[in-house]
Design a protein around this ligand. Structure first.
Ligand code: PMT
Length: 219
């Protein structure tokens, strides 16, 4: 890890969950806190990169001066923000836990309990941000995804690596202690599209971020 090895590079990062509105007071979300994505942003910025961090709703703040945060709520907003900065970036790292489904309708007023049957919420598929960017990727751009799995970890990671046209995927499994949502640590295995497999020990998310950046630089 060198101090300035990302100088002159622009890095686009997604972090946190997305919220998909059901009505003015409710949403579909997930347990992502943004810690992993923000750690990658801090690490990239500290190594000289210009960082654009597209962040879902989280309680974190960016510390480094050269991190530009774009706050979004839904998957659709996250996609729109990413599309603005993707063409001009050298590296894109998709760390957000994007909701795969959103309600077809968002009720204009709070859905009431009294005098109503339990509602059935119809869902539609959200856009796949990583896959959309993967389809537009130009020579020289590096696109990195994450895979959060509960089972068949390696197979699923390899499927996502190929289907989203990624150069690298960072697998974390909810079966590993100290890995995944909310923790200050993570345990990852990195797979590259050229067939490398790099397993790592459990370590702080900032140190995981450094491992990911090192792996990208070595590509
Ligand atoms: O935020 P923390 O609390 O620190 O937790 C970190 C984390 C567990 C959220 C993070 O390490 C992580 O694994 N992020 C990816 C979570 C995820 O949604 O994984 P996935 O396997 O469902 O998605 C695969 C890849 O496609 C990911 O790069 C994801 O960002 C991307 N994706 C998924 C769905 C979608 N509609 N659009 C996407 O871009």
């Amino acid at each position: 890890a060198k101090a300035d090895d990302l100088k002159g590079r622009k890095v686009l990062i997604t972090a946190g969950p997305t919220y998909e509105r059901i009505d003015p007071v409710r949403f579909i979300g997930n347990y992502s806190t943004g810690k992993m994505g923000y750690a990658i942003a801090e690490e990239a910025a500290s190594r000289g990169a210009e960082v654009v961090l597209v962040s879902g709703p989280v309680d974190l703040k960016a510390k480094h001066q050269s991190i530009k945060i774009i706050s979004v709520e839904s998957a659709r907003e996250m996609l729109e923000a990413c599309e603005k900065d993707f063409d001009s970036c050298d590296i894109a790292i998709m760390c957000a836990a994007v909701a795969d489904y959103a309600p077809v309708h968002c009720a204009g007023t709070k859905i009431k309990r009294e005098g109503h049957e339990a509602p059935v919420i119809e869902l539609k598929k959200n856009p796949d941000i990583a896959k959309t960017l993967g389809a537009k990727k130009k020579a020289g751009q590096i696109l990195v995804g994450f895979a959060l799995e509960t089972d068949h970890e390696e197979t699923n990671a390899h499927t996502k690596l190929a289907s989203k046209n990624l150069d690298m995927i960072v697998l974390n499994s909810l079966r590993d202690k100290g890995a995944g949502f909310g923790t200050d640590t993570n345990k990852v295995t990195i797979f590259t599209s050229d067939g490398q497999t790099m397993p790592y020990d459990t370590k702080s998310k900032r140190d995981v971020a450094a491992d990911i950046i090192n792996a990208i630089i070595s590509l």
